[in-house]
Design a protein around this ligand. Structure first.
Ligand SMILES: *Cc1c(COP(=O)(O)O)cnc(C)c1O
Length: 402
């Protein structure tokens, strides 16, 4: 049990707290599900990119799936070996591509024909041979929130099967490209197995047809997306997930790469915020807290549900309240119509499932410093990121005052 009261008094609020032991358990369960096959779990760094968190997964043997060169650099700093680092994303700059090639990572995940040509040109300039994978868009509806759905043609991600085939042939004929993988990632917070299985089938068929024209790939990259329980969702069991994927790969000698993000970190994380006051506008009751959309954006951005636990002495009846932060936006809320008892100044609210897409989506809007981050491992709490100060916020401006 994490003692949030103690942590809040030591590190102040708003505060992110991560249970590293929970992350370990999630990692091991998923890794175990793929046993009997060569597999790499490449942690999706964007879910929670704190260096200590990335290092924690690296220590467990994880690779890293990165969507910017900044994330690639984090993965290196965290000690993840180059041969387990993947660079994905729809828009990579020339500088990013160049650095990824020079760092000799496992592969660059290419998301368009134009990008493949850029990678080819840059690899040629560097007199290098760049390992690539192509992100295929299987045009399957993942049945998740439209903002986190990526596997349909009207999403910006990946290329259709026909273009992918042309691209593999181009890459195979280039002296500077080495096609080693095929990739798909149809969305996030997936709770249904069928779209995953159907996508894997489409992509596995593609793998076989490439093999028929002597393009033999080594990596079958299934992306991430495994959903978690925020509320009452029924989730996919890692074992069933792995079986569904592996069932499409019979008789193929291939390494499976999985890029979990949310599954590993979401329910390991808590966002702790303090009650400032309550207020009433007409019929509406508000609880104003010191945490806001600049700390945890998911409720504002996706109308996402997070379970919220009150740490209070209050024994009053629960009533429906909106939990709102100090930021000057009506969209600044952590929850709406949420049942909580009457709260006192300095009571704590613990927002659950905040370990993925929490801190990382934070900003300095309203000149608010980002929260501190604390990791708990074997019952020991340690600061893994200092709270941002006002000085930090103006550091890049103050010498440029006009
Ligand atoms: C975001 C992302 C992931 C991780 O997604 P989760 O839903 O957090 O598991 C994996 N792969 C790619 C390419 C991504 O963009």
């Amino acid at each position: 049990m994490i003692n949030f009261k103690e942590l809040a008094s030591e590190y102040k609020t708003p505060l992110y707290v991560y249970d590293l032991d929970y992350m370990t358990a999630q990692y091991n369960e998923l890794k175990e599900a793929f046993k009997g096959r060569k597999s790499i779990l490449a942690y999706a760094v964007k879910a929670n990119s704190n260096l200590s968190v990335v290092k924690h997964f690296g220590d467990l043997g994880s690779g890293a799936d990165c969507v910017s060169i900044g994330e690639v650099r984090r993965a290196f700093l965290a000690g993840i070996p180059s041969y387990k680092i993947i660079f994905s994303g729809v828009g990579k700059s020339d500088d990013e591509i160049r650095e990824a090639i020079q760092k000799d990572i496992l592969y660059i995940n290419v998301e368009s024909e134009a990008e493949l040509k850029r990678v080819n040109l840059i690899a040629k300039e560097l007199k290098a041979k760049c390992r690539i994978s192509i992100r295929v868009n299987p045009n399957i509806d993942p049945k998740t929130h439209p903002y986190i759905s990526t596997g349909l043609h009207d999403n910006k991600f990946g290329v259709d099967i026909e273009s992918a085939k042309r691209m593999y042939i181009f890459a195979n004929n280039s002296e500077n490209l080495d096609p080693v993988g095929i990739h798909f990632h149809i969305g996030s917070q997936l709770t249904e197995l069928t779209p995953i299985r159907e996508s894997a089938e489409i992509v596995a068929d593609m793998l076989r047809s490439l093999s028929n024209i002597k393009i033999d790939l080594k990596f079958f990259d299934i992306g991430g997306g495994l959903g978690i329980k925020y509320n009452d969702e029924t989730t996919i069991k890692p074992y069933d997930y792995a079986q569904a994927i592996l069932g499409t790969l019979t008789a193929l000698d291939i390494t499976v790469i999985c890029e979990p993000g949310r599954f590993l970190t979401a329910n390991a994380g808590y966002f702790v915020t303090k009650v400032l006051y309550e207020k009433q506008n007409g019929d509406k009751k508000f609880v104003v807290v010191d945490g806001a959309m600049n700390d945890l954006l998911r409720p504002s951005l996706y109308n996402a549900y997070h379970r919220i636990e009150a740490i209070t002495q209050s024994t009053k009846d629960e009533r429906k309240v909106d939990i709102v932060g100090p930021v000057c936006e009506s969209g600044d809320f952590l929850a709406k119509n949420y049942l909580l008892p009457e709260l006192e100044h300095n009571d704590l609210l613990v927002v659950h499932s905040a370990g993925a897409y929490g801190f990382g989506m934070g900003s300095n809007y309203n000149t608010r410093g980002r929260s501190a981050e604390v990791a708990v491992k074997d019952g020991q709490a340690r600061l893994i990121r200092k709270r941002e100060s006002f000085e930090d916020l103006i550091a890049l401006e103050k010498d440029y005052l006009i």
